[in-house]
Design a binder for this molecule. Structure first.
Ligand SMILES: [Zn+2]
Length: 61
């Protein structure tokens, strides 16, 4: 197991809170966004790498 997998970041853009399971929101975001967040009963159509690519442009701006 790598440190990266141990400390995956929250899925919410701009949030850097560590989460135990990648592609999930952290507890803070669950509290803030509550009803707007929905658990999907299917595998996500994206991966952590996809999200990193998506966020790279925003982070660079
Ligand atoms: Zn978060």
């Amino acid at each position: 197991m790598t440190a990266e997998s141990l400390f995956a970041e929250c899925i919410i853009p701009g949030c850097k809170q560590p989460v135990t399971d990648e592609l999930t929101p952290c507890q803070t975001c669950r509290t803030i966004f509550g009803p707007m967040l929905h658990e999907a009963d299917r595998p996500p159509s994206y991966t952590a790498a996809d999200l990193a690519e998506r966020d790279a442009g925003t982070a660079a701006a």
